[in-house]
Design a binder for this molecule. Structure first.
Ligand code: FAD
Length: 457
């Protein structure tokens, strides 16, 4: 039994928790970081990083298949899943070691074990008590299912999908959001048939409608099937796989069903409510400065309602550390946090869609320019279709950027600066975009909105 005291105690060492720890230690606070599994959390071990490794292997497979198109003689002989796994795990292990080293170098005390909040200032870890002047809750999220839909056997979530030691012949994917389309894209490139079921009318339904439509065209062209606007009814497992029944009576047979219907907050039985923290449907309710209903207790990351993204977790962790240090950090609205859907093609966006901007400012007060990547040299070289749409308020700032095409995720940095700095297209238009880059397409959209299109009519 021991008792440890810190300036700051953080429950959960994922993106949100460890970012808070790193920034707080930089600002001179003593930090106790409690983690029951592995530092780095979902993102590093079963989320962002390993899935991107799978996607990169998928891209290499597609390039190998298409090599003749580029005048390169190569053959695609198949996917060696064991080797893909070695590659994926090698990246995760190396990043994990780097993170552990960084945490140690910053003098942060890592406390291994499952913690429970027992008072506004104390977390119990086994027999030990860990006390802080302030506490940050950062316990993250888990893969959700639908009522009555049990995970197990051939009905899997993203965690099991990552660990598959074979390429399925046919997969049914429940959910056409980020996780569903990411795995669909990987499996199709690995040679599987894929059928996505999405209850809403579009794939990537949270994006600008024009982007969703282009995305659907691209997936259709790749031979990825999908059923939109129909709800899942039930699934049966047999020795061959699964039979999924939809509410319209249609059935889909597959080897596996991936359930990708979102993530729920991991907050049950952790003492939050007993300590007075307001929780709604499992999410911890905070004000815009991430303070919970209990003075001195903050929450960051996926347990706070809103976008469940690693970089939002990083930003929130840094925010709370700076708030505690009295630095009065600025609030970043979820709307202005960049979102990337990783697949072939990629989708990247920030700010208001064209429809939402019209709703907010009035249809006659906003303009949008949609630059087709067909006009962009680098995109043509890469063989990608797509577009970059910039939405502005007339005589006012850029309020949204919506992109689709190979590698457009890499362009979101400039887009989020323009939106967050409330730049006018006229401010950006004189600045130079290197040629030939895909970035130029974004520059072309700014030029067009500033009234001086270059490679466009
Ligand atoms: C398949 C997949 C792909 C993804 N891809 C991306 C992507 O490309 N980009 C992106 O931005 N986001 C992505 N995400 C989302 C991203 O992983 C999460 O938004 C992010 O990890 C949230 O960080 P967090 O700190 O809130 O929680 P987590 O990363 O889940 O960390 C919470 C930590 O708390 C620990 N913990 C929980 N309870 C306790 C307890 N009682 N005691 C001690 N420790 C505890 C857990 O073990 C865990 O390590 C992806 C997610 C998935 C599932």
């Amino acid at each position: 039994m021991s008792e440890q005291n810190f300036d700051l105690v953080i429950l959960g060492g994922g993106s949100g928790g460890y970012a808070a720890a790193l920034r707080a230690s930089q600002l001179g606070m003593t930090v106790g970081l409690i983690e029951k599994n592995k530092l780095g959390g979902t993102c590093l071990h079963v989320g962002c990083i390993p899935t991107k490794a799978l996607l990169h292997a998928a891209e290499v497979a597609d390039v190998a298949r298409d090599s003749a198109k580029y005048g390169v003689q190569a053959t695609f002989d198949g996917i060696d899943i064991a080797a893909v796994t070695t590659y994926r795990q090698g990246i995760v292990t190396s990043k994990f070691k780097g993170l552990q080293g960084l945490i140690k170098a910053r003098g942060i005390t890592v406390i291994e074990g499952e913690g429970k909040l027992v008072s506004p200032t104390t977390v119990q870890v086994g027999d030990d008590t860990v006390t802080g002047k302030n506490v940050i809750l950062a316990t993250g999220s888990y893969s959700r299912s639908l009522p009555g839909l049990e995970i197990g056997g051939k009905v899997i979530t993203s965690e099991q999908a990552l660990e598959l030691d074979f390429v399925p012949k046919k997969v049914a994917v429940l959910g056409g959001g980020v996780t569903g389309v990411e795995f669909s894209s990987v499996w199709k490139s690995y040679g599987a048939d894929v059928h996505i079921i999405e209850a809403l009318p579009h794939l990537v339904p949270n994006e600008d409608e024009s982007v969703s439509k282009q995305f659907e065209r691209a997936f259709r062209k790749r031979g990825i099937e999908f059923t939109l606007g129909v709800r899942f009814k039930s699934v049966e497992q047999n020795e061959n796989g699964v039979v999924v029944t939809l509410e319209n009576g249609a059935t889909i047979e597959a080897d596996l069903l991936l359930v990708a219907v979102g993530r729920g907050p991991s907050t049950a039985n952790l003492g939050f409510e007993e300590a007075g923290v307001t929780v709604d449907r499992g999410f911890v309710i905070t004000n815009e400065r991430l303070a919970t209903s209990v003075p001195g207790v903050y929450a960051v990351g996926d347990i706070v309602p809103g976008l469940q993204l690693a970089h939002r977790g990083f930003q929130q962790g840094i925010f709370v550390a700076e708030e505690l240090a009295g630095l009065n950090p600025i609030v970043i609205d979820d709307l202005n946090i960049p979102k990337v859907t990783y697949s072939d093609p990629e989708v990247a966006s920030v700010g208001l869609s064209e429809a939402k901007a019209a709703e907010k400012y009035g249809a006659d007060k906003v303009s949008a320019y949609d630059y087709n990547l067909a006009g962009n040299g680098k995109s043509h070289i890469l063989g990608t279709a797509g577009s970059i749409k910039v939405v502005r308020v007339n005589d006012g700032p850029v309020v949204g950027v919506h992109m689709i095409g190979a590698r457009v995720g890499e362009l979101i940095g400039e887009a989020q600066l323009a939106v967050n700095w409330e730049a006018y297209p006229e401010d950006v238009a004189p600045l130079v975009h290197a040629h030939p880059t895909q970035n130029e397409a974004l520059g072309e959209a700014f030029l067009a909105l500033a009234g001086k299109p270059l490679h466009a009519i």
